[in-house]
Write a protein that binds this ligand. Structure first.
Ligand SMILES: Cc1ncc(COP(=O)(O)O)c(C=O)c1O
Length: 375
């Protein structure tokens, strides 16, 4: 059987990884400034993470959501504490798209409405409602076009109010910082207006923190830079360092009832063990302090590269924008300098999503490579 050929692949075959490095089958070492698309939070093959997962596997890998699972309760408590969101409830699923799918469904159940406001250049996943609120017609099939979605410009508060006034909108969904689109973000004024307008018009505000959450931006969630309290927060990527998991944090405004949401695999024992381990490591190693220190260093040192037009993003969710398209630059970084970076819908932007354990000398290696390639 062939693989369904949907991914344009770089010709690298990793076989092991440790910390911020990946090794291919010839033992060539690559610096991972991409984190497998913002997924590797506590570094590859972290010893505590491995022990936790191995122990869990020795005891119980999986059972369904029909039984008690104290690991889910432990994860919810730990996540509530570390995120500063202890008053939310947690629903566990398996991916980012699924988290947004459930968030949108909850908003629709709660309000009895179906239209959604989303923003230009947004990315929220590839399942039915999640892809419909994603601003990319190429990945929306005719079946997804049945959803009622209005895309607005980021930071256009008047346009949001004009739509919410019609009182048929169940949710406004917005990324803490846009990931796939290219690291654009709402202003604090805009986020505050979204919060108050959603309250005024009984609409649910969903913060998609799937890429920008879990400490990546230097705060646990990126919306915490704006002093707001969303009704629903979605999370996934960095949550379990590569073990598939997604989470929906739900404010007390939304009420649970048996059978309202459900999943076979979501919140299974192995996934919970992996997610608990990630939180323990973030705390033990003070990784959010590291994010802020390394990010400050990155911002000061990257000035050595005059070809850069603009730096976008926050913390270790950084976009480096050039006057030219970066496809070739990314290839040279991988093949000549053995450094993984990411791209974006904005073709002139290089995306940096390293493990939160990255150090200043890794930044030096990257900047020296950029200088050499662009000289
Ligand atoms: C902001 C955001 N939301 C949702 C998703 C979808 O997550 P997943 O690929 O786990 O379904 C992504 C993935 O890149 C994302 O960046």
């Amino acid at each position: 059987m062939n693989l369904f050929d949907v991914y344009p692949l770089y010709n690298v075959t990793p076989v092991k990884a440790e910390g911020c490095y990946i090794y291919d089958e010839n033992n060539i070492k690559y610096l991972d400034l991409y984190g497998g698309h913002g997924v590797i939070s506590v570094g590859h093959s972290h010893p505590d993470y491995i022990v936790k997962l191995k122990n869990q596997l020795d005891n119980l890998g999986f059972y369904s959501n029909a039984i008690q699972n104290p690991l889910q309760v432990e994860l919810a408590e730990k996540l509530g504490k570390i995120s500063g969101c202890p008053n939310y409830s947690l629903f566990l699923c398996n991916s980012g798209a699924e988290a947004n799918e459930n968030a949108l469904k909850l908003a629709s159940f709660h309000t009895g409405r179906s239209r959604v406001i989303s923003f230009r250049n947004s990315f929220h996943g590839r399942t039915s409602a999640a892809v419909a609120v994603t601003d990319n017609p190429k990945i929306n099939a005719p079946i997804n076009e049945q959803q009622s979605v209005t895309f607005l410009e980021l930071n256009d508060t008047d346009a949001v109010e004009n739509e919410l006034k019609k009182r048929d909108v169940c949710a406004v969904i917005i990324e803490g910082i846009q990931g796939v689109g290219g690291l654009d973000e709402g202003t604090t004024d805009f986020f505050k207006s979204l919060e108050s307008l959603c309250q005024k018009y009984d609409t649910i505000l969903i913060l998609d923190e799937i890429q920008s959450g879990y400490g990546r931006t230097g705060k646990f969630f990126a919306f915490q830079y704006h002093g707001i309290q969303p009704d629903i927060i979605t999370t996934a990527k960095g949550m379990a360092n590569g073990f598939p998991i997604g989470g929906v944090l739900i404010s007390q405004k939304l009420k649970a009832s048996f059978g309202l949401l459900g999943t076979t695999f979501g919140g299974n024992h192995l996934a919970c063990a992996a997610a608990i381990s990630v939180i323990e490591i973030i705390k033990k190693e003070d990784l959010m302090v590291n994010v802020n220190e390394v990010s400050d260093y990155f911002l000061s040192e990257i000035k050595q590269v005059p070809q850069i037009k603009k730096i976008k993003g926050k913390g270790l969710m950084a976009g480096i924008e050039f006057e030219f398209e970066v496809g070739d630059l990314r290839k040279r970084l991988i093949y000549d300098h053995h450094i993984f970076t990411g791209g974006a819908m904005n073709k002139k932007l290089l995306r940096i999503l390293p493990p939160l354990t990255v150090k200043k000398d890794h930044i030096d290696t990257f900047i020296n490579a950029l200088k050499e390639i662009l000289a």
